[in-house]
Structures are given as C-alpha cells and as structure tokens.
Design a protein. Sequence first.
Length: 707
Amino acid sequence: MSFVHYPKTRMGTVIDSVAGLDFVDPYRWLEYDSEDVKQWQYAQNKMADAAVMASPNFSWVQQSVEKYSVGGIGMLPRFAAGKWFGFDADPERGIIGLCMSDEPYGLGKFIPMAETRGEDADSFPVWFSPSPDGKILAFGLCRDGSENNTIELIEIETGKRVSSPPKQRLMDGFSGGAIWLPDSSGFYFTALSGEPEDFRQQIWLHHVKHGTQTLVDVPMPEPDSREYSIVSLSPSGRYRLINQGLTCLKPIALIDTKQRDAQWRPFITELNGSVIGHIVDDHLVAITDIDAPRGRIVCIPLDSPSPNDPNSWTELVAESEAVIRSHQIVDRTLYITEFVETYSRIRQVNLDTAETENIVLPGLGAVSEPRFPLSTLVPTGWRDRYLFGFSSLTESWGVYSHRPGSEVIETLQAPVIQIQDAVVEDHWACSADGESIPYHIVRRADADQKQSQPTLIYAYGGYNVARPPEFPGPMAAFVEAGGLYVHAHVRGGSEFGRAWWDGGRMKNKQNCFNDVYAIAEQLIDQGRTHSAQLALTGRSNGGLLAAVAMMQRPELWKAVVPQVPVLDLIGALRHPYGRYCIEIEYADPENSEAVADMVKYSPYHLVRKGCDYPSVYLSAGATDPRCPPWHARKFSACLQANGHPGSVLLKVWENSGHGQATSQAQLAMQFTHWLTFLTDQLKMRPGRCQGNNALTKSMTIEAHRHD
C-alpha cells in the first residue's frame, strides 16, 4: 500500500493564539462539517477502503476478527426486586434489550430497548437501571454512536414507554444514568445543560409520578459545570452524597434527609487527592490516595465536624505493595480489587472482624472494572453475592460470583474463546530516566524465537486509567496470524497508583512516550523484531501516543494506527471538552511555558516536510464528542501535503463515536480494516500460517522481571 496521489487539500493562513504564543493552523477549515469537508472526507474514505479491500489479507483478517470479537464483558447484570436484569438480543427481530430472570444469566422475560435494523439501526443502549421495586426500567438510548443519550422509561410488566421522561441529554454513561431513590419514586441523573459541544453538566432529580425534574443546587462557591458528578445514597436513602470528578473523585456535598430543614452542605472539598466511597450505616467507607499513592481504605464519619482532616478518619486497610482499585460491600463483607505487578487480585475483608482472605481467581489476568473511578459508585443491587468479570491475555471474558464466606467462586458465564496455543511472557524495560516499565508479549507457541517477528505494541498511558492484562479481543487476530502482540503499561495510567499517573502527565508527559520507545528498543535489541516489522497502536490518548511516536521516533516503526485520536492539542483548547481534558492531563492553558512544552508532542504541529515517517492508518468516528474526527482529518492532510513517502490512509466511520456506543459489528469492521492495513505493511500473509483452527486453553506464562 503506497500512495502518491491524494485528494486535493487547500491550505489556509489561520493563526491560533494561546497563552501569548502563536501557532499556524493551515487546515482549520477541516474542523467544520461543510460540504467541502464532506466531499474531501468521502474521497479519503474511498481511497482507504479501496486500499484495504484490495489486500489479499482482507478476507482472512475479517474472519479472524469476527471470531475474536465475541466474548466481550459488556455490563454486568443488575439486581432489583428479586430479579436479575442483563443485556440480551433477539437477532431474528433485530432488537437489543434486557432479559429479566431469576438468575444472573437465566432465561426469562425479554424487554426490548433498541432496534438494530432499518432507520434505527444505529440506536444503542449506553446504560440501564431498573427501579428498586422492579416496576420501571430506565436506560440511556444513543441514536448516532456519539454516546450522547436521552433517558427512556419502560413499564417492565407491560413493556410500554412511560410518558414524560427527562428531555435533557446525557453526555455518556459514566455517571450511571439513573440513580434511583430506594422507594422508586424518582432518580438522580447528571445531564448536559446545553448543547453537547458546550459541555456543561448539572445534577437533576426526576420525579416519576409527575414526570418533572428538580435541579440540585450544589453548595460550592464556584462549582465546575464541566465536571462529571454522581449522587450516591445509603441503602435507606437517608444520606446522599454528591461525588465529583472523573479521574480524581471526591464527595463534595452531603445531605442528611432526616434533619429538619435538610440542606446540602459541603463535605470533602479541600483535600488534594481522591476519595471514593460507599455509605455503610452513618460512615463513608472509602478508597483514598491521600497519604497513600497506592491506595488505602478509610472510614469517615458522615457527621464529622472536620471531614477534610485525614486525622479524623479511621484506617481499615493500610497501603501496601498492591494498588487498590475498587471496592464493593456485600453483606458486611468488603470486596477489594487490586493490582499486583499489573495483574488483578480480589480480596475480601470482613467489616466486623477485619479478617482478610484472597479469592482464588481463574488465573493471571484482569478483573473487569469501569475505566474511571466515578462509575464504580453506580449501584448494582447485589445483596448476597459479589459479581465480577475476568479475562486473561489469551482467554476471553467470563463472569463469576462469590458469596461471603465461600471458599470457591461460581462460574456464571464461562469464557467462549481462547487464542490457540498461546504463550504469555512478562517483561520489563528500562526507560530513559531509569524507571522500569512492564509489558507483556503474547505469541503463538510455535513462533521461532530466534527470528525477528512482526510485532504490534498496544499502549494507552493517560488520565489515571489502567489498561490491565486483559483479553485483546479482535487484536488476537494479529497473534493468530503469527505476530507478537505487546501489551504495554506506560506511565500516565494507574497500574502502580497515583505516582504512576503523575509520572506520565503534565510536565512529565514525555515519560509516557519514552516508555514506549524503551520497550520498542528492547524488542529490537533482543532480536525479537526490527523496525521494518514493528507497529504501534492505541485509542484516544493512546492514539495521541501512537502519533507522537511516529513524529518523534519515525525510524522505530514501519506503521502506526492512531485510533479515535486527539492530535491537535492547541486546536482542542478552543472546544470545551477538549480544554477540560487538556487541563487534566497535558498542560495549564494559561501558562505559556506549559503550552510550549505541550506543543512539543502535539502531532499536528510536528509534521516536517520530507521526513521519512512510517505509514499510518487513521481511524476516527464521525460523531465522536471526545476526539472529534477533525483531529484525524487535519493530521492526515498535513502528512499528505508534506510529501509523506509511505501510505497515509484516513477512515472516518459514519454513525460511530469513541467506541462505547458503537455496535459490535461495526467495531469488528473497524478492526478488520486497520489490521488488514498492518498485516500488509508488515508483509504478513496470515492465511498461510493459519494452522489448526481448533481452539485450546493451552497457555504458558514466562516471567522476565529484569531484562
């Protein structure tokens, strides 16, 4: 795949001014949805599709991707009024819905939510929440792939839509959608107060009987209307907390509804750190990284006169070498998920006796959890058992449960697919500043380790988000084709606690990129691969990482695939959501020195004429509200105009956003396209080394602590 005749792209002379600094923006016009842009994008899509479809690898890659796309974790079942609710589908009628049954994955009543055919084919339920009395189902329906959704209400018994649901749009499902009151009379929800592009959010209380909403007045002098919030309640509903923050969460306001003239009052507002908790009796049992970068669990009295003073807290679980991730409380038992050397662990702590015991998991791998701490506060309804998903780098997701006091876990839904005869290796590379960076290699057992192999590195590294060693899904097709899949844990994530995030963000952001280079160089030095066989991919912030790597170290890579990426960090500041994200992870937009440092890794501003860059396939979603497609459009135009010697392919997928509201079928097609591109670039012919199609659970793990 090599192209020299790209669609014509005009240049402009727009100048961006940020913090007193000026930046040339020649492709500003590609940010808009004008007719010119649509025609230009159509030509780019047509070119990318033609190149991919012409590949002899396309058919095999498509079959392999479809095989490994099954077995995703999705949302775990919820419990309400003695029934379990879980996602289900009716393929014959083309309907997505819920199954209400007596067991988590049992047979039962089907409740339709969205069409998968015809005019409504792109409708997708982003979240769901049954009322505690089991009479009404609330769910968020997205109609264009963007994750922006509106609340739908269904009478569970009749299947009829409830009139007068809230009309506000929700940004996504991070805040759990509907947080029901215990008596089912209403629910809290966090919604956009204007257009999605303005990114302003407020908390509302919906009253089911009257179909009206009351705006919640947050008692903060200057509340951040952009910030994510969720209301959490005690089981009785007496105590209610407003928790705010996406990457660093705190319970900022509290109300005791039994008090006369009950009003919301500030709670924990002054501390620099995260406090994430569930209400038990009249206390908050919370994970915090305050005075404990790897996390500890504390008990905070809700009637404390000084909740901002950590000395007034009681420590339940001390900080250790394990990184505390999330917690749930089931029947006076605290279930804690942790990371130990990147792998997941679950331990249970009896709140009355303080006895601790680890749960035996199916192997080394990852326990399912939301990407952001905020979502761990979404109520599940679980009362007598703890549910969790688990997968490994070679085996798809299974769902399991554990009852307090039991010695074993129960399999509710077994994994459905494994990578055949897979081997997992654990390695560590030394980054530029001496930090040890862990990564895992997944390969076929019959791979010749004495010969260089086609290699794909996957990394994220940002926003305090971990990418644990979980099943790679469609990317398992790369392993089946004979390649090495490398799962990297670079700084900026949260695999080793708060310090790991801080070590790869803001003024330390370059560490994130250096960590990837260290892994790539080690693989090359050890003869596992070489630059003509090495590729890199990532999504969102990981898409930025991939693009930065091709700009800063073009000689390392044969090809890169930035998926739904953010690529123009200066331009992003002109958009409220982009500015919000940059202030969390990259720079203070008001500080000229910080902005000057940030532009050193803004890919759009790094393109140089005639540089020997690797080939690139840019995959973006047309309705993505987080990393809009104009990032990929502007970057590809800049590369094409500056005489890029390899292939520059751009594909903007219609009715597709950041991925969370995209159907499995469309996601599979997206993976098929860019994996076909990669196998071509790396000169792989997977159909010839396909081998036995029988799947096996055979797996070996090799540890290499210090390479």
